[in-house]
Write a protein that binds this ligand. Structure first.
Ligand SMILES: Nc1ncnc2c1ncn2[C@@H]1O[C@H](COP(=O)(O)OP(=O)(O)OP(=O)(O)O)[C@@H](O)[C@H]1O
Length: 506
């Protein structure tokens, strides 16, 4: 029998009359809250569940309360399934979760606290005050997710994007869908410094989350391992643009070009995000110069060269001259292997964590889209294990994945949608939002819009700035920080943002 179920039968049959003592319910409620937090994320949790109290459990119904009617209604409408699923893990026999409004003046009981009106529990008032109900069980320090040392590539004084130490050839699982790209990548890593003919350029494309960045990082690590002095530069297209624009600002574009002169290899990630006429021209120039000079170029993108409209004909054909290879979706067998790999990595850091074969099979069966989902599932299940210290059953896994799949498949929100909803919600015209007007009635909605764009779209800060009237990325960053600061001061803002997100998702 599972630990939770055992505790369940003990509580229900413990002679406590109609139900479990409230303090015990609240104690177990903490675990349910922890589970909700893992599943829904910090933001949703703080908006809706922070004030939730577990009141009672009679073996069938878990009663919870919140101090605001609106919050009660919102939880009932949007999160009752989550609440029931998560509650089942602690209160195995629960059939229903009842959310009630906690009337002003009613004293919410925390574990170890006594209700003033309850003489039987008054004695417990002497027990030390518990942690705040919003405190979640602390993760043991040793189990916190390791802070990975990221290393920036640098060459010729140019600072590259960070390399993730987890993304190596060793941690990349090879199968039918990615064999060609993997072979191309290893060949490049082996031949780049030997002068032997290889694929140049190597161009890898695929839909999201299928391992493009992983392979680029793996090439960079491998070359650095074989030749520590090699000048390897890994740059996202966005970073390329940023550094070029900075060079233009400091009126030193020639120096920017110079910096590429002595590198052995350039890896460009997310090419589809390369934007701006001058940046594109500079990119063409640098790639041509590198290829003409026999230097290795590797490019990753969500699209094939002939599907990137902004590339000129010459660049398109240059990029197609080496090896162009696509990563296909991961098949079932590959998904199982990726899961095993991720699980092995977690277990190497924390041997107490494990997943049964049934659970791994379930993940492979349900999470069919990409590697990011698989990694996300293992990370979430590990977080669940850290918080709850309960074996990960099929039920728990099912709940976690259900939420993950829902989270990964949101309606794709566009910046255009955000401008429309913000304009309607705050009664300002889209023209005003995009204008240079600095009146508070316009600035605030604009900042909210930028904040939402950062959180709900995959757009970069410079891109968001561009779409909000050609603003600089530092303005966007300032807006995001401003709103984040306000959220912590003003609880109503959290509700308002949730409402805007809801409108955007419909
Ligand atoms: N074959 C694989 N073996 C091991 N892990 C993989 C594999 N394919 C994908 N992954 C994992 O999936 C996650 C997403 O991969 P990655 O970031 O490389 O995708 P991507 O194609 O670059 O996505 P995007 O288009 O969003 O940039 C990473 O955690 C990566 O390690």
């Amino acid at each position: 029998m599972q630990a939770a179920q055992k505790a369940e039968s003990q509580d229900v049959g413990s002679g406590q009359g109609a139900g479990t003592p409230t303090s015990a319910v609240e104690g177990r409620g903490q675990k349910v809250r922890a589970m909700l937090k893992v599943q829904l994320g910090d933001e949703v949790y703080s908006s809706w569940f922070k004030s939730l109290e577990f009141e009672s459990f009679d073996g069938r119904i878990v009663k919870v309360s919140v101090p605001v009617k609106f919050v009660r209604n919102w939880i009932q409408e949007h999160y009752s399934d989550h609440l029931l699923h998560c509650s089942r893990i602690e209160f195995a026999t629960v059939e229903r979760v009842e959310v009630v409004w906690r009337q002003p003046g009613a004293v919410a009981q925390r574990p170890g606290e006594a209700r003033p009106q309850d003489a039987n529990t008054a004695a417990t008032a002497a027990t030390p005050p518990p942690a705040s109900h919003t405190d979640l069980p602390q993760r043991p320090a040793a189990l916190r997710a390791p802070v990975l040392p990221v290393q920036r590539t640098s060459a010729g004084g140019l600072e590259g994007s960070p390399l993730d130490p987890r993304y190596t050839f060793d941690s990349f699982v090879v199968g039918a869908s990615n064999r060609m790209a993997h072979a191309g990548a290893t060949q490049v890593a082996e031949t780049v410094l030997s002068g032997a003919p290889g694929y140049n350029p190597l161009y890898i494309h695929s839909q999201v989350g299928l391992g493009k960045s992983h392979l680029l990082h793996a090439i960079a690590w491998e070359v650095k391992k074989r030749a520590p002095n090699a000048q390897v530069l890994y740059l996202t297209a966005e970073r390329f643009r940023y550094q070029f624009v900075e060079a233009l600002r400091s009126s030193d574009p020639l120096a920017f070009k110079e910096r590429f002169r002595n590198i052995n290899m350039l890896l460009i990630d997310d090419l589809e995000f390369l934007q701006g006429e001058r940046t594109e021209q500079e990119f063409d120039h640098i790639i041509n110069a590198l290829l003409d000079g026999g230097k290795q170029v590797v490019v990753a993108s969500a699209r094939a060269p002939n599907q990137i409209e902004r590339l000129n004909e010459r660049m398109r054909s240059r990029l197609q001259r080496g090896l162009v290879t696509e990563l296909q979706s991961l098949d079932h067998e590959l998904r199982l292997k990726v899961l095993d790999k991720r699980l092995a990595e977690k277990r190497a850091a924390d041997p107490s964590f494990s997943l049964s074969r049934d659970v791994v099979d379930l993940l492979a069966l349900r999470l069919t889209e990409n590697g990011r989902e698989l990694e996300g599932a293992v990370t979430r299940l590990y977080a669940t294990w850290q918080y709850m210290r309960t074996p990960i059953t099929l039920d728990i896994a099912e709940t976690v994945i259900r939420d993950l799949v829902q989270n990964l498949e949101p309606r794709r929100i566009k910046i255009e949608d955000i401008l429309r909803i913000i304009s309607r919600h705050y009664g300002v015209s889209k023209g005003d939002l995009l204008s240079q007007r600095r009146h508070r009635s316009v600035v605030w909605p604009r900042q909210i819009g930028m904040y939402l764009a950062k959180h709900l779209t995959a757009r970069s800060l410079p891109e968001i700035g561009r779409r909000f009237g050609g603003r600089d990325h530092t303005t966007v960053l300032h807006a995001i920080r401003k709103i984040e600061g306000e959220i912590s001061k003003n609880p109503n803002l959290g509700d308002e943002l949730e409402e805007l997100k809801r409108l955007l998702n419909h």
